[in-house]
Structures are given as structure tokens and as C-alpha cells.
Design a protein around this ligand. Structure first.
Ligand SMILES: C[S@@+](CC[C@H](N)C(=O)[O-])C[C@H]1O[C@@H](n2cnc3c(N)ncnc32)[C@H](O)[C@@H]1O
Length: 195
């Protein structure tokens, strides 16, 4: 699942995960953020409707990162004013910037499960001391075939609890209709003493 794999999925329109709209649980969270000055990252952003929404809501420091170029081009096409330097065509694991807030949606579960520990460490590394990782995880059993690869509340806890304070990790009440009953909403705060 390298750059070529993901690029081909976009070029061949095999993008079943794409909701063509802001993720409803993330929209509700965004609508409650008062500090428009936060430096925000959406990794594995895909077409990044959330980034477009954030920009429209007055957030300026919004970065999107994706290993595939096509979705970044799509975002630029939809939002020509999106700053080029905030469109990161990069492997998530190579990001060297720091952020106050990182949004997760269908990225963790798109990665091969053997990268899950690395993902947690990387998130911890690129968050500012008071930073938060907020988003949704799939809530269905982990399978060998994917993406998406599933997971459960217990599994997610086992990965994140040593690095983050778990503020929320609950079944979503406001998922997109196609994802009803299959998503957990979470809000994790960086634990500066994390391993
Ligand atoms: C299942 S899609 C989800 C896209 C978007 N988050 C959404 O919900 O529509 C996974 C995305 O992660 C990107 N991706 C996969 N591995 C990556 C990596 N190592 N670094 C950055 N992006 C990656 C893919 O190109 C793809 O856009």
C-alpha cells in the first residue's frame, strides 16, 4: 500500500470511503472550536472536505497531508485559495512539523495494522505539548483483508493509553447514515510523559 497503490485508487475512482461531505461528527467538533488560530493537520486527508470546511469557518493554519497527489490537486481545484505550502504531498511518517490539533478519519484503519504502533508514536511526536488527536475510528472487527482494517474500543485503548489521555472514546451518535453503528468518536490529549 504505497503511493502508487493509493494514487491508482484515486485515478480509478475506487474511493468507496469518500463521503463527498464533511464527516458529521468532525463537523460538530469543529463547530465548537473557538480558537481559530490553532495549527491543524489532517493526515491521509484524501479529498479533505474537512479542510475546506475549516478554511470556510475562518481557520487559517490548516494543513493536509497525503501520500497521493490526486486528492491534493482535487482540493486545490475546489479551493484555489488553499495555501500551497499547507498541502503536504508526503508520507505521514516523514512529517516534521508540529500541530495543536490533528484530525483522524479513515486513515488509521487504512494503514496496514503492523504500522499502528508507529502511527501512535508519530502522532505523539508531531503534537504540541497540549495537542489533541480527535476523530473517528471504525468499530468493526479487525480483519486480515483491507483496507479498511477494523478495530475495537479495547484495541484502540491498548495502542493509545500510554501516550494520550483518553478524554472520549465512544460510539458515535451522529455518524453519516452509511456509517451508523460502525464508528467511535474519540478525543485524545497528548500525554507529555508518554512513553
Ligand atoms: C481510506 S483513505 C481516507 C481519505 C480521507 N481521510 C477520507 O476519509 O475521505 C486513506 C488516505 O490515506 C492516504 N495515505 C495512505 N497511506 C499514507 C501515508 N503513509 N501517508 C500519508 N497518506 C497516506 C491515502 O492516499 C488516502 O488518501
Amino acid at each position: 500500500m504505497n503511493e502508487k497503490y493509493w494514487e491508482n485508487r484515486y485515478l480509478n475512482h475506487h474511493t468507496g470511503w469518500d463521503m463527498n461531505q464533511v464527516s458529521p461528527p468532525l463537523k460538530v467538533y469543529i463547530d465548537h472550536i473557538e480558537n481559530k488560530n490553532l495549527k491543524i493537520l489532517i493526515p491521509g486527508a484524501g479529498n479533505a472536505y474537512e479542510a475546506e470546511y475549516l478554511l470556510n469557518m475562518g481557520f487559517k493554519k490548516v494543513y493536509v497531508a497525503d501520500i497521493a497527489k490526486t486528492p491534493l490537486n482535487n482540493l486545490k481545484h475546489r479551493v484555489p485559495s488553499f495555501p500551497d505550502e499547507q498541502l503536504l504531498h508526503i508520507n505521514f511518517f516523514d512529517i516534521q512539523l508540529e500541530f495543536d490539533l490533528i484530525f483522524e478519519q479513515t486513515f488509521f484503519c487504512a494503514l496496514p495494522p503492523e504500522l499502528r504502533s508507529e502511527y501512535v508514536k508519530k502522532m505523539h511526536q508531531i503534537l504540541e505539548p497540549n495537542g489533541r488527536l480527535v476523530g473517528v475510528f471504525f468499530d468493526f472487527p479487525l480483519t486480515e483483508e483491507g483496507p479498511p482494517f477494523g478495530g475495537s474500543k479495547e484495541e484502540y485503548l491498548s495502542y493509545f493509553k500510554n501516550y494520550f489521555k483518553i478524554k472520549t472514546l465512544e460510539r458515535c451518535y451522529n455518524s453519516h447514515p452509511k456509517r451508523q453503528g460502525k464508528e467511535l468518536f474519540f478525543n485524545f490529549k497528548k500525554n507529555v510523559n508518554g512513553l
